[in-house]
Design a protein around this ligand. Sequence first.
Ligand SMILES: Cc1cc2nc3c(=O)[nH]c(=O)nc-3n(C[C@H](O)[C@H](O)[C@H](O)COP(=O)(O)O)c2cc1C
Length: 340
Amino acid sequence: MAFSWATTRRPIVALAPMAGVTDASYRQLIKKVAPETVVFTEFLSTNAISYGSERTLKMLEFDPAVERPFIVQIFGSDPQKFLEACKVIEQTGADGIDINMGCPAAKIVSSCYGSALMRNPVLAAELVAAACKAVSIPVSVKTRLGWDSRENLIPFCKALVDAGAKALSIHGRRYCDKFTGKADWEPIYALKKEVNVPVIGNGDIASAEDALRMIRNLDGVMIGRATYGNPWLMREIAEAFNECLLSRDVNGEWKVESGKWKVPGEMTSDEKFGIFRKRVPFILDHCDLSVKYKGEKRGVLEMRRHLGSYVKGFDGAKELRMKLLTLERLDEVQSALKSV
Ligand SMILES: Cc1cc2nc3c(=O)[nH]c(=O)nc-3n(C[C@H](O)[C@H](O)[C@H](O)COP(=O)(O)O)c2cc1C
């Protein structure tokens, strides 16, 4: 059945798109641990897709048996390129297309991509319309609260919905905040009252308790950095929602029975080590997937940042981490992990 943002009964739990992180191996690992997660690709250039860049087309590869619903995130500023790129994406069998209107990186903004589109609402709506015209899969947008204020969030998003956006993910920071300060979700709750499409909140969720506290009237939550070294967080959030979210009231607020969710206490180093050992088979799977998609040299190299996040919190973690970060072959990484 075709994917629709609107028909998910439980709140959406989404893995945030993260360039250099949410590649096929990371997405598949997350789906193994938490199958209900909606996964997004890293952001991909519509220019590169439309002229057939081999490197970018490779980043569209996914495993349909594992990764659904699979959302491809794109960026750019030329409606014609959007049209062409979206057609290519639909042919891969993706379930949806998400447009990046939030990236604050200088080289993105200077080309009128990402966050810069918040300052150009007419073009932003044109891009949504072009994407919707090209494909029958749903088109969504991920954006921030605004450029340097929060005032325009509602009119900006309303215009995107009028142009055809079927869902909105909002990172509770402005462009000018980059990644500093604390995410502010209040404008996201206010936006949800004004639009009739699913709204997903994003920014600073680090635990299942955070997700239960922050969901309020929203249709879902999106988690990024807190999954580093801890993909199991996605499982915890999905379980907490299943156990503690009862129904929505007339205002769309989730009734939360938070007492049902057992907040884990502080663990000893031995307990953390015990958990790490149980997780080793998953980490080995992650390594295998990384090598499958990137080849041994690059796959092992790119695993280093993940291994650095997995191996921490117990006595001896630093030594193991230092060792893992020097290894170049898959069999060396495997035997180092299996020897603990
Ligand atoms: C390394 C990294 C790469 C990111 N790449 C993207 C991206 O490609 N597209 C996007 O929309 N957001 C991107 N983001 C922003 C995240 O999707 C998310 O909005 C942000 O990290 C806040 O959520 P969090 O506090 O749960 O991490 C990136 C963030 C990080 C840390």
